[in-house]
Design a protein around this ligand. Structure first.
Ligand code: SF4
Ligand code: SF4
Length: 373
């Protein structure tokens, strides 16, 4: 069997190198670690992708008769949070998450996506309607201002699950920019479609968003997933967004002198969210902000910065495999407890939610930045 997978073709080098690799990143993947399965190591997933793209089974004992694009096999492409941690152990800088995303898209168009991902896409219109209506309640329907030089992009997760953080993000953006700021909450950044495997849905959402946001000079996003999508992932898919894109912690990190000291109770530990750290390369700004707010450098998780561990909330894993996603979050809680507990602060609404669900006292830095202004 050898079918053409156009979306996977740009990743031919990546899946070939992985297939013949002695699994150097095997201990870095939160999914395979939580599941204890070889199949969901980056090597396992990329070998299956290699098989799908070339028709050649990986080394090992896979039968040449296996169809890697049959739903039971293709589901493996969804066993990834998109955390990019494997990349930090890879000599070749392999793009495992993006390659698996392309595999998802090819499987999706062949009707081989997991039922949960397909159902998620079917609920997209209702999900978007809910998020737009939540944003109207949080900011007021007249907060949209396409003529403002700065747009604040709160992201769907914060407006629906943490409206107070979304409001704080707008307050902080206005105070830090000292320019006219409009809210852009009419659409989703598109990542959920990409993670589900609906490539066309992602491209449509990203193009709409890019057109709307290109009217502004600067876009400030409080969700690192949205910021990473708009700054880098759109470009990888040939979609141009002309405005400069910053995450809120980058904006605050450049204006430290404007932040007042606050005094939170107990130890404060910083968790690097995947899209903010490995995605956007933002490690120092949130730490500098926390040091300014509390008067001391934040405590660290056992693995921090580029090697920081994932909370299991990305890549649609909480939808396609909630048990593994919860196991990953529970492991982060154990890390946090072993390191001395306290308040966990992160720059990501999804990570905050995952950590809170797992039992942590978790805070989105947006709220603390707003309080310090
Ligand atoms: S990502 Fe790099 S280290 Fe990991 S399996 Fe692939 S080639 Fe090996
Ligand atoms: S991106 Fe993260 S979840 Fe996906 S294969 Fe790499 S380490 Fe595993």
């Amino acid at each position: 069997m050898n079918v053409r997978l156009p979306l996977v073709e740009p990743f031919a080098r990546d899946h070939t190198y992985c297939t013949y690799c002695p699994k150097l990143c095997r201990d870095l993947c939160p999914v395979s670690t939580a599941q204890g399965r070889e199949t969901t190591t980056p090597w396992g997933k990329m070998s299956l992708l290699h098989h799908a793209a070339t028709g050649r089974p990986a080394l090992g004992d896979q039968s040449p008769d296996v169809d890697p694009l049959a739903p039971s096999y293709a589901a493996t492409f969804w066993a990834c949070t998109g955390c990019m941690r494997c990349k930090t152990g890879c000599e070749h800088d392999n793009e495992v998450a993006a390659a698996l995303g392309a595999g998802r898209a090819e499987a999706y168009t062949r009707g081989a996506a997991p039922a949960s991902a397909v159902a998620f896409v079917a609920r997209s219109a209702a999900r978007l309607e809910r998020s737009v209506s939540a944003a109207n309640e949080v900011f007021g329907a007249d907060a949209l201002d396409p003529s403002a030089p700065v747009a604040f992009f709160p992201g769907c997760t914060a407006v629906v699950t943490a409206p107070e953080d979304a409001r704080a993000g707008l307050f902080a953006t206005k105070a830090l920019c000292a320019r006219k700021v409009g809210v852009e909450a009419r659409g989703c950044c598109g990542l959920p479609w990409l993670f589900a495997g609906d490539h066309d849905g992602f491209v449509k959402a990203a193009r709409t968003n890019a057109t709307r946001l290109s009217r502004h000079e600067l876009v400030v996003a409080s969700d690192p997933g949205c910021a990473h999508a708009m700054r880098d992932i759109y470009r990888m898919h040939g979609i141009a967004l002309r405005a400069r894109v910053l995450h809120l912690t980058e904006l605050a990190g450049a204006e430290l002198a404007r932040l007042r000291r606050t005094t939170p109770d107990g130890p404060v530990r910083y968790h690097d969210a995947c899209h903010l750290g490995r995605g956007l390369g933002v490690y120092d700004a949130p730490r500098n902000v926390l040091a300014r707010l509390t008067g001391r450098a934040p405590e660290e998780m056992p693995h921090a910065r580029a090697r920081a561990e994932c909370t299991g909330g990305g890549g649609l894993l909480p939808i396609t495999d909630p048990r593994t996603a919860d196991d990953i979050a529970a492991e982060r809680m154990r890390d946090h407890a072993r390191a001395g507990a306290g308040t966990l602060v992160t720059g990501c609404p999804t990570a905050r939610r995952r950590l809170e669900r797992a039992g942590a006292t978790a805070v989105d830095l947006a709220g603390w930045i707003a309080r310090a202004l």
